[in-house]
Design a binder for this molecule. Structure first.
Ligand SMILES: Cc1ncc(COP(=O)(O)O)c(C=O)c1O
Length: 401
């Protein structure tokens, strides 16, 4: 009989031959340091003997091992339950979810907020539910935005990264093409995870006003880090000009899940029409409680100052060595250029027990390979010095310094 199945071995070989095959390397805990294991496929991993410093996570506020959050999780599991048991619309809507949504709405200066089981689900569910006719999307937007655009089956116009002139041309061309009754959505990350760049949100909001479009901003890498625990939207005082604010609970908020913040009509509409909300089990109560407590800590503790202090020291130190760092955020992409050099630099760091991955094509364009370095609030000054020393030694070894 003819084989109508899938030749996965040859697909994997093809990934391997192009240097694109990825592997899983477990670690003993999620914190600023840990013991890693080499990839072991389906076998039980064996942890390495020496501890590594982690400069590669999105645990920006270092809250994944915070006792206050652990306590909130334990309490939610004991009093509410370990899982939501059903979608929010059936029996999975609990007071823990409501408390988190109230806090998110307050932080994001909106009427309401709604949590999803992941940031990915929030992006695809929301963009598809809005059913825009045309989407204007930054060329470096996250994969979950791109997948949302595909699911929405909208005409998607990609504009140059953070380039207002390019966005204006795209809007103008669409306007001259007619389409009087079209609905338009401009969508952008606020902080771009591979570039560390910050979107020009005020300019985007101005263009949206001029052309009558809605704006959706993905604050996955900004939530918790800026003004009063908000994102770039709050730092720039734009909450009343951004129609849809999205974020994740899985980065600075040390949990799992995603959220949308906006006005009453938007949230009520998504409760009814976002398929990734309606047809998916509610966020687990412990995850909601962890995010609530983390947001409280982000707003009222000094973790944000500690993060930005570490960012400034690491950036200054790397620049003083002669490395070029792009962007203007807590994400420090150390530009190397050549993909082999980036891989050798990452290996050199790893040999010195510093984990910071090489980002190379196809994730970033050819010739722009980099090491993505992300300090957290939990790193000590000694950790920052160790990281800098590792960069100096590995950089010299590779011939970059
Ligand atoms: C910009 C951006 N948006 C959305 C997501 C998806 O969030 P989550 O990890 O909660 O699914 C991510 C995370 O990787 C992200 O970087």
């Amino acid at each position: 009989m003819e084989d109508r199945g899938f030749d996965l071995e040859s697909r994997l070989e093809s990934l391997q031959s192009q240097d694109l095959k990825r592997t899983l390397s477990p670690v003993d805990r999620v914190a600023e340091r840990g013991y890693f294991a080499a990839p072991s496929g389906g076998e039980l991993p064996v942890l390495e003997g020496s501890e590594a410093l982690v400069f590669a996570s999105n645990n920006y506020l270092g809250l994944t091992a915070d006792e206050r959050i652990e306590e909130a999780v334990t309490q939610a599991a004991a009093t509410v339950g370990t899982g939501a048991g059903a979608s929010r619309l059936v029996t999975g809507d609990t007071l823990v979810h409501r408390d988190l949504e109230r806090q998110l709405a307050e932080t994001k200066d909106t009427e309401r907020a709604l949590v999803f089981s992941s940031g990915y689900a929030a992006n695809v569910g929301t963009i598809a539910a809005l059913e825009p006719d045309v989407i204007f999307s930054d060329e470096h937007n996250h994969a979950s935005i791109i997948d949302g655009c595909r699911l929405a089956a909208a005409d998607t116009v990609v504009y140059d990264h953070c380039d207002l002139a390019s966005l204006r041309i795209a809007l103008e061309e669409q306007a001259t093409r007619g389409g009087e009754d079209e609905s338009w959505l401009i969508v952008t990350d606020s902080i771009f995870s591979m570039d560390g760049t910050v979107a020009p949100l005020t300019g985007i909001a101005d263009l949206a006003d001029e052309y009558g479009a809605w704006v959706m901003v993905d604050e996955a890498h900004a939530t918790g880090l800026y003004a009063d625990g908000g994102g770039v939207v709050q730092a720039e005082g734009l909450a009343d000009r951004i129609d849809v604010q999205l974020g994740t609970l899985s980065k600075a908020l040390a949990s799992q899940g995603g959220y949308i913040a906006g006005n009453e009509a938007l949230i009520e509409y998504l409760v009814n029409e976002a398929r990734s909300f309606v047809f998916s089990t509610g966020l687990t109560p412990p995850a909601a409680a962890a995010a609530s407590e983390a947001l409280h800590v982000a707003r009222h503790d000094d973790v944000r100052e500690r993060l930005w202090d570490n960012v400034a020291h690491l950036r200054d130190g790397l620049e003083a060595m002669g490395f070029a760092i792009t962007g203007d955020s807590q994400i420090l992409p150390v530009r190397v250029g050549n993909r082999q050099d980036a891989l050798m630099l990452a290996d050199g760091l790893r040999e010195r027990n510093v984990v910071a991955p090489a980002i190379r094509p196809p994730t970033v364009p050819e010739g722009t390979s980099r090491i993505r370095v992300t300090p957290t609030a939990a790193h000590s000054r000694d950790d920052i010095v160790t990281c800098l020393e590792a960069f100096q030694a590995a950089g010299e070894e590779v011939g970059l310094l």
